[in-house]
Design a protein around this ligand. Structure first.
Ligand code: GRF
Length: 202
C-alpha cells in the first residue's frame, strides 16, 4: 500500500515507519512526507532518505484551503493511506471524511484516556501506573476514532512528562509500523464501509 505521512516536527515516528517499510515483507511504502511547517526537522530527514516531500505553511491560509492543498499533494503522490505522525493541525471535516477509514494517527496516551494535549503530565498527575500510545482511525471527534492498537509503558517514580515521553516514543516506534502494516494488509470489509455510511446518514 502507498502511504503519505504528515508531520509537523521531529518526525521520529515517520522515521520508524520508513525504516520498517524497508524491511522485507513490509505491507506499505511511503510515497510522500508532507508538513504544514517548512522548517520541520523531519522533512530534512525525509529528503536525506530520498523520499518525496511537500511543505506548505498554514500561516495566513484558511483551514479549508490548506487542507485542500494537502489533499491534492497526497493524491498526486498516489497515496492510498495517510499516517498522521505528530501533525499538529486539526484537519477539517471535508478532509477527514474524504480519507475516512484510510487515515491513522498516533496519540501519546492509552485512549480513550487523555485525548488532546499534555497527556503525559495528566497521566503522572493522576497517579496512573502506566502511560502509553494508541494508533487510531481519524474521525471528526478529535482523538476518538476507533483504536487499532495500543502500547503500554510503565510510569517510573520520578518520571517527568519529558522522561516519560521519551520512553513512550520507543514504544510508539514499535507500535505504529506494526499497526499500519496490519491495517494496510487487512482484507476489504464491505460491512465496515456500509456501517460508516449509515452512521453518517443518521
Ligand atoms: C508523538 O509523541 C506522537 O504520539 C504525537 O506527536 C509526537 C510526534 O513525535 N502525536 P515525532 O515527530 O514523531 O518525533
Amino acid at each position: 500500500a502507498k502511504v503519505a505521512v504528515l508531520i509537523s516536527g521531529k518526525g521520529t515516528n515517520m522515521a520508524a515507519l520508513l525504516y520498517a517499510s524497508r524491511q522485507a515483507g513490509a505491507a506499505y511504502e511511503i510515497v510522500l512526507v508532507a508538513s504544514n511547517d517548512p522548517e520541520a526537522e523531519g522533512l530534512r530527514l525525509a529528503e536525506a532518505e530520498g523520499l518525496a516531500t511537500f511543505a506548505l505553511s498554514h500561516r495566513g491560509m484558511a483551514r479549508a484551503d490548506h487542507d485542500a492543498a494537502m489533499d491534492r499533494a497526497v493524491r498526486e503522490a498516489g497515496a492510498e493511506y495517510i499516517a498522521l505522525a505528530g501533525y499538529m493541525r486539526i484537519l477539517g471535516t471535508d478532509f477527514v471524511s474524504r480519507w475516512e477509514g484510510r487515515m491513522l494517527n498516533i496519540h501519546p496516551s492509552l485512549l480513550p484516556k487523555y485525548p488532546g494535549l499534555d497527556t503525559h503530565a495528566r497521566a503522572i498527575e493522576a497517579g496512573d501506573t502506566h502511560a502509553g500510545a494508541s494508533v487510531h482511525l481519524v474521525t471528526d471527534d478529535l482523538d476518538m476514532g476507533e483504536v487499532l492498537g495500543r502500547a503500554e509503558v510503565a510510569i517510573l517514580p520520578g518520571d517527568t512528562p519529558e522522561t516519560l515521553a521519551e520512553r513512550v516514543k520507543l514504544a510508539e516506534h514499535q507500535l505504529y509500523p506494526r499497526v499500519l502494516s496490519e491495517y494496510a494488509a487487512r482484507p476489504f470489509d464491505p460491512d465496515w464501509l456500509i456501517a460508516r455510511v449509515r452512521e453518517r446518514a443518521m
